[in-house]
Design a protein around this ligand. Sequence first.
Ligand code: FAE
Length: 527
Amino acid sequence: MPPDSPAPPRITRRRLLQGAAAAAVTGYAASSALGGTVAAGNEEWPAIIIGSGYGGAVSGLRLAQRGVRTLMLEMGRYWNPATRPFRPMTDPGPSSVWRRRWNIMPIGVNLPVPFSAGVLGREDFPGMKVYVGHGVGGGSLVNGGMAVVPRRDHLQEILPGSVDLDDLYARWFPLAQAELGVHAIDPAFFATSPWYQFARLGIDQAHAAGFGTAMVPNVYDFDYMQQEATGAAPASALAGEVILGNNHGKKSIDKTYLAKAVATGRLTIRTRHQVQQISQGPDGTYVLRVNRLNTVGDVIGQARFRTKRLFINGGSLGTTRLLMRARETGTLPDLPAAIGETWGNNGNIMTARAWVGRTGPKQSTIPVAGIDNWTDRDHPFFAEIAPLPAGIDLMTGLYLAIVNNPARARITWNGAKDNIALQWKDEYDAFSVQTAEYMVDRLNAANGGTFNRLLFPSGTGHDFTYHPLGGCLLGSATDDCGRVQGYPGLYVMDGALINGNVGVNPFLTITALAERNMARVIAEDFR
Ligand code: FAE
């Protein structure tokens, strides 16, 4: 059985053996075959997790370690670089984009791509394009790996008061960092490598403009990167790979949390299984109607799964969509009215400066530094000094800023389209635009340079986000550890829990919060 094929209609001895053989390569398929014990399309599991991103991976590991036989359903594919490699940003292929005919990079020229169930997805709404990852590992497959601890005073503002922040910082952030494999870059390598000339220049120019900066830890294996730099290992970060997947170096969660969970023998992952509808039987069992997809993402069949414990972890939009569909179509009619509220783009805004000086033709795709201006009350932002790995010296500084923008939107339900709707008005971003312009003006005044209007004609790119957050808030749509109000056995552990803007790149916070919540849920609900 190929590692990401849909569940077989019946578990046969032959399929079992095929699964076991594939498992030797991937580590996923054997448990996938072994886990299915009930006849076609109506399996019952002690626990089911929807989605294999950060929230899903933490849920999967902790349930498996507690001894709970758990099924994880993921709409995307399993990506194994040995058999099915990712492609660099400048040369997209069938692995690259989820069901589009053109690449979807937010800047630069987009090339045609084969229509396929690729790794990078984008959902388009009026005023806002939301980027997400699809595949075993969710957003960890496409992201830049920046693992940033948020400011405590900011978390105090956005999390319910009942979350013990001493405990979160002392226990759950360190655990998340350890499990994710977070490390800092070797200062000597950073100081001398041509691959980080762009970042050193960005730091120097920030200081010249009077801004503070911070080095940012990452889940990329920097020892591996140093081998890339000497040619001793196949290049990934140093070969333009990120956003459309990394073949080497990056510890995406298929290599950390999920590998550890599968190794227990109690987590089964089924790929190309897209959950469509959730309902509930009279005895409280949740019933999932699932579309099975082919490698293009077309529906090739249906399946049904049942469980008493359902963890919805489809990411901010994926989770909100499933919950809103269930509430609005009446299959889980008593879901809280708060679902859909307080969605935010994490204050994301991108901007670029032209003619900044030599940023270098060689640029690592993995960002390791940022400008930290969060405590400036008038212009609060944290801006990643981002790479622009075009292979030539573009003399351009690129920044992905996270502005402390209080704007939030409400996700609504469009029954005619059977989908969520979101309207992000231009005025919501007025503060982010003003803040990003302030940053660029100050950097240019101190160092020279202009707005790069080739990349961003209006000066900034504020109609897209990499960091969707909210839709099922901790402490309002759920209790203060992710139990959905009114539905025992229904949980959310992902970015949907977080109130729209966490002030830094979000996956470390999503992971730490999921760890904290799962510890309570396991202790209290899985005795
Ligand atoms: P997520 O990782 O999105 O996982 C959800 C999973 O559920 C996906 O695998 C979906 O395919 C799957 N799914 C959804 N609906 C269904 C369904 N109906 N049935 C079955 N499966 C489903 O959720 N964050 C940082 O902290 N640092 C960075 O450097 C960074 N860089 C980024 C760069 C890019 C280009 C992007 C797109 C994001 C970046 N992020 C970064 C954001 C980060 O990846 C994101 O916050 C987390 O991945 C969200 O984690 P969740 O667990 O909420």
